[in-house]
Unconditional design. Structure first.
Length: 189
């Protein structure tokens, strides 16, 4: 009886391993490749000459004044070390990071309120989006660095509007701007 139960258990293990570890992943992968090919393959972004420059799903490190800057990253935009800093509201390190980011953005803000997404890292540290407010706040710096006149500066605001993605399904989250995709469009201007 014991030997028979062991045989049944081994056969069930083999069957479930085949189904859950082989058949099911192949079916799901096949459906994803057909229905969502871009997302299933990592939402890879190419430049104008066909080189891979990143993923629309992962933040890139932009610090040049000529580009929109993403949210800060606790892991310095490294995918292996992605994650939150886990610093609490009483952390001296968090206060120091906040103060450094605030002083770096003060000139750009020119008295405007600085959005929180430019001051604090996201939970993953790799969030590719910023709020529309965070994008608008950076227009003055970008226009100055690129030596844009008034009309070109106005086109930056139009670019932000064009690149703004709505809340998911119209109700989850806020409208947002993908920094990498917007910077690509900025280079094409």
């Amino acid at each position: 009886m014991l030997f028979q139960n062991i045989q049944i258990a081994i056969r069930m293990l083999a069957l479930m391993t085949l189904l859950c570890g082989g058949v099911y992943p192949l079916i799901v992968t096949g459906i994803a490749q057909v229905a969502f090919a871009d997302k299933a393959n990592g939402s890879v972004v190419y430049n104008t000459i066909g080189q891979v420059i990143g993923s629309a799903l992962i933040a890139q490190k932009f610090r040049d004044a000529r580009y929109f800057w993403p949210r800060p990253s606790a892991g310095d935009y490294a995918t292996v070390a992605s994650g939150a800093s886990n610093k609490g509201p009483t952390s001296a390190d968090l206060k120091k990071s906040f103060d450094e980011r605030m002083s770096a953005l003060k000139e750009t803000a020119a008295g405007e309120k600085i959005p929180a997404d430019l001051l604090f890292a996201s939970g993953s540290g790799l969030d590719p989006h910023i709020s529309k407010e965070a994008a608008r706040l950076q227009v003055r710096r970008i226009a100055t660095a690129r030596k844009f006149d008034g009309a070109k500066t106005a086109s930056l605001y139009a670019l932000i509007e064009r690149m703004t993605e709505p809340a998911t399904w119209g109700l989850l989250g806020e409208p947002r701007v993908n920094v990498l995709l917007t910077n690509l469009e900025l280079d094409r201007m």
